[in-house]
Design a protein around this ligand. Structure first.
Ligand code: SF4
Length: 236
């Protein structure tokens, strides 16, 4: 049995205000990654670990031109793929994970991206965050709430969670926001993190949430030497 962590006092009330404010600020949120289908979104999300979406968007057109789907990519070599994705950083592990994912999709799932979280997380380089991004972005499924660096930071500052582990943060946010909103909450927080609640210098004077924000800083994160198995983010 999973025991639920205590939410910060007033978190539910703040979550309602956060949802209203972010919906007003970003009526039609969307990912910054350019992807035409579930496979492309999965690849782009893996590449976006420790990299900007803009950079990923410069790399993926050539990648998808040469290898349009898992079947084609499964036949590529590590060196060929590394040469294309090099500028996204951590290209050894990203190439290894993408080739492993392509081959597993071909061997186990008929070359298709499965629309189920428990199957997605069996792919190399894919954990809950990437799986949640793909499920919502490609299939419209709200199975969980993708917690990336923006979501984690903003959730702490706004007193929505006291957790540090992304899965525990996700669990708290899933209790605070309606299920139908989970995917959009991720997108909206990513945009808000880029526009207003910056990591180093949040623009609190310009923030519509300043009156209710306790401005709690999350514990310092250790610098990762390599991207996590999840691909470490859903939006930069
Ligand atoms: S008041 Fe400042 S810390 Fe709080 S959400 Fe707004 S920008 Fe972020």
């Amino acid at each position: 049995m999973v025991t639920e962590n205590a939410l910060p006092r007033g978190a539910l009330r703040r979550a309602e205000a956060v949802l209203a404010a972010l919906r007003a600020r970003y009526p039609r949120p969307a990912t910054h990654l350019v992807a035409a289908n579930a496979w492309e979104l999965l690849v782009a999300t893996v590449l976006a670990a420790q990299c900007t979406d803009a950079r990923v968007n410069t790399v993926t057109p050539e990648l998808f031109r040469r290898w349009p789907g898992p079947t084609e990519l499964a036949g590529a070599t590590q060196e060929e793929l590394e040469a294309v994705i090099r500028s996204t950083g951590f290209y050894h592990s990203k190439a290894r994970n993408l080739l492993g994912a392509a081959r597993r999709l071909c061997e186990v799932y008929g070359g298709e991206v499965p629309p189920r979280l428990e199957e997605l997380i069996t792919l190399p380089g894919v954990a809950r965050k990437t799986a949640n991004v793909v499920l919502f972005g490609a299939f419209g499924i709200n199975e969980g709430l993708a917690v990336d660096t923006h979501v984690k930071r903003i959730s702490h500052r706004l007193g929505l969670t006291a957790q540090t582990d992304p899965v525990a943060v996700e669990r708290d946010l899933m209790r605070l926001f309606p299920r139908a909103e989970w995917g959009d909450v991720n997108h909206r927080m990513v945009w808000f993190g880029r526009d207003v609640c910056h990591a180093r210098s949040p623009r609190c004077a310009d923030c519509e949430l300043a009156a209710i924000c306790p401005r709690r800083e999350p514990p310092r994160e250790r610098t990762a030497r390599t991207p996590s198995r999840a691909g470490s983010r859903a939006g930069k």
